[in-house]
Design a protein around this ligand. Structure first.
Ligand SMILES: C[S@@+](CC[C@H](N)C(=O)[O-])C[C@H]1O[C@@H](n2cnc3c(N)ncnc32)[C@H](O)[C@@H]1O
Length: 255
């Protein structure tokens, strides 16, 4: 697909195998098409490697963090579980929300928690909100350990951001979805991989092997969940779709 912006005519021209058409430049459809390219180009340039939260690198698109904040503020979970710690910024993001709400704690799981990361998190003012677990997120003993840390009746929200193959995310969904309480959700992050198979640093296999495929597969077997992006809390615009790295990633346990 080729996109051409004509600023003077205020038109976006879309060339596709099926033909060519124009849409108004200042329209919802043009915003969505341009955003898709912005996400692809930005990802290839590692735009998401340029952010930190409370002093630690965080590998997320800020748009997703704002949407996640809206969800956390509404659900006010007792516990946020995240697979994939990396440098700890996302755990601090969740912990900072818990701290601001004076409610909740965070459990982070990673196959390798480097000494510098463990040290930085343990010395951080938000450390009392964070519990680290080192190990493969789908290993039975790790899954059991996490389940053991969540008490019956607690509201839990889960974010899957470790290994992003369809098989691994599928296994994580089976392992951690049972923790998710009614009205809460489990997020399979980085389904955007399906749109990145042809960009620099992307991989051809991502066209079919990605977290969104795991989420769709999970949904087919779990009617107690539904897939939808979080409801926008405010919207005076004509827009409706998230600009996101997490398409088809939000799975909600039906109330
Ligand atoms: C994308 S990074 C996580 C980014 C982090 N959530 C953030 O927002 O800054 C992925 C992490 O998953 C971890 N990982 C990869 N395979 C894993 C597995 N099987 N179990 C647990 N963690 C894994 C890696 O070590 C890496 O730190």
């Amino acid at each position: 697909m080729n996109l051409t912006i004509n600023h003077d005519a205020e038109v976006l021209t879309i060339d596709q195998p099926g033909g060519r058409r124009d849409v108004p430049l200042y329209s919802r459809e043009a915003f969505e098409l341009i955003s898709r390219e912005w996400v692809r180009v930005g990802w290839s340039l590692r735009y998401y490697h340029t952010f930190s939260w409370f002093g630690r690198p965080i590998l997320q698109l800020p748009e997703d963090l704002i949407r996640l904040q809206e969800v956390v503020y509404e659900i006010r979970p007792d516990v946020i579980v995240e697979t994939g710690v990396f440098d700890g910024g996302s755990l601090l993001f969740h912990a900072s929300l818990c701290q601001a709400m004076n409610k909740g704690r965070v459990i982070g799981i990673d196959v390798e928690i480097r000494a510098g990361v463990r040290e930085a998190l343990s010395e951080h003012p938000l450390s009392h909100r964070i519990r680290l677990i080192e190990g493969n997120s789908v290993a039975p003993e790790i899954v059991a350990q996490v389940h053991g840390l969540v008490k019956s009746g607690e509201t839990a929200l889960v974010i899957l951001d470790s290994n992003h193959t369809q098989a691994h995310v599928a296994a994580e969904l089976e392992a951690y979805a049972p923790l998710v309480t009614r009205g809460s959700c489990i997020v399979a992050a980085d389904g955007i991989m399906r749109d990145l198979s042809d960009v620099p640093h992307g991989e051809a296999t991502w066209a079919h092997d990605h977290p969104a495929a795991a989420a769709r597969e999970f949904l087919a077997w779990h009617p107690e969940f539904e897939m939808r992006q979080p409801e926008w809390k405010v919207n005076t615009s004509p827009l409706t779709q998230n600009v996101t790295y997490w398409p088809d990633g939000w799975l909600w346990r039906k109330a």
